[in-house]
Write a protein that binds this ligand. Sequence first.
Ligand code: K1U
Ligand code: ZN
Length: 170
Amino acid sequence: MAVREIITVPDPLLKQVSTPVDGGVDDKLRALMDDMLETMYAAPGIGLAAVQIGVPKRVIVMDLAREDERPQPRYFVNPEITWRSDEIAVREEGCLSVPDIYDEVERPARVKMRYLDYQGAQIEEDAEGLLAVCIQHEMDHLDGVLFIDHLSRLKRDRAISKVKKAKAAA
Ligand code: K1U
Ligand code: ZN
């Protein structure tokens, strides 16, 4: 396993639509997911899409366990949202590719999703709360969308300049 570099705005790869995984879950894909999880824990974060380490495939890892709980790593290959609630929830989000920027985003409060897990089994699951927020945030990454794209143009441009300035000063 290895910690990989997380790309940040304005890297054009973050705007790319990721391609579906072809041929199911094999050891090579599991090695990628292991690296993603280690990278996410090191950051630290609660979710990561493969494109954030420069691999534009439709793969997500996540762990929503609290610090006082045992780790609960989760893997989502070729995830799809099959239903979204009309009810909207507002929650503060952050992003490892837009470091140190946090803002509130409106999203459907509940979703139904379908994906392949670490073993390649097809799973159908209902999500609400932080799981619903995080899976929608990560699935946006697979479509080249960042949480700042849900904000006003002014807030988005300010966020990108702030990250650029911080990188230049580092
Ligand atoms: O996609 C990402 O860049 C990961 C992102 C996921 C996310 C956070 C909040 C709402 C929606 C999606 C993060 O993990 S940002 C860091 C973060 O939330 C966190 C870091 C340390 C401890 C707890 C949370
Ligand atoms: Zn993100």
